[in-house]
Design a protein around this ligand. Structure first.
Ligand SMILES: Cc1cc2nc3c(=O)[nH]c(=O)nc-3n(C[C@H](O)[C@H](O)[C@H](O)COP(=O)(O)O)c2cc1C
Length: 186
């Protein structure tokens, strides 16, 4: 069974980026994956630096990413790019630098950006892809640039936006397809 880890969202209790993350994880689950999410307060970590004391729970997060066959990274757009909270959580993946599969090597990564408008949704999606490349991961061909004034998510990750729902399904298909192929090729 494919294991997919999601990280992202904000500390806002109604975080739309967290709900978008849960939507992708839910679609992956319906396709047979097991999933685990790290969101909001769990990722509200002190700024990363070499030798940082790993706060409680951080080891679980790093261990989950280490084991993952695929990853979803969902960020709100803050001033045209990913939020400091999400970027800082990603910076903690430096702890995986010496792994047999360093950083996000060998893992498909679905990038999800949620903004109030199109411009920041698209620029944030592009930056997420660059970050994934820097971490040696494989961004899914389809990413999600979501505009909160068009697409709203309920707490369970459902959305009345049928176009967004279809894209979410495509992203989940791509994540799982890549993970299964990569495992078989190993
Ligand atoms: C500090 C800050 C900066 C933001 N900058 C932008 C921006 O540049 N463009 C945009 O469209 N939305 C911007 N937004 C709006 C958020 O991207 C939007 O509300 C998003 O849904 C927030 O995600 P969340 O609900 O997961 O917290 C900003 C919000 C905050 C708090």
């Amino acid at each position: 069974m494919v294991f997919i880890v999601g990280l992202g969202g904000s500390v806002d209790p109604d975080s739309q980026s967290e709900r978008a993350l849960r939507a992708v994880l839910g679609a992956a689950e319906r396709r047979g994956a097991t999933v685990q999410a790290f969101t909001g307060a769990q990722l509200d970590l002190p700024p990363y630096h070499y030798g940082v004391h790993l706060p409680d729970g951080t080891r679980d997060y790093l261990e989950a990413v280490r084991r993952a066959d695929g990853v979803v990274i969902a960020s709100p757009a803050y001033h045209g790019t990913l939020s400091g909270l999400v970027k800082n959580a990603v910076d903690y993946l430096e702890e995986l630098a010496q792994d047999e599969r360093p950083y996000l090597s060998g893992r498909a990564v679905a990038p999800v950006a949620v903004a109030k408008g199109w411009q920041a949704a698209v620029t944030t999606l592009g930056t997420l892809r660059q970050v994934v490349h820097a971490l040696r991961g494989w961004p899914t061909p389809i990413g999600l640039a979501l505009n909160g004034s068009v697409t709203r998510f309920e707490a369970d990750g459902s959305t009345p936006d049928e176009n967004a729902g279809q894209l979410i399904g495509t992203v989940a298909d791509q994540l799982i397809d890549f993970a299964e192929r990569f495992r078989t090729a190993d």
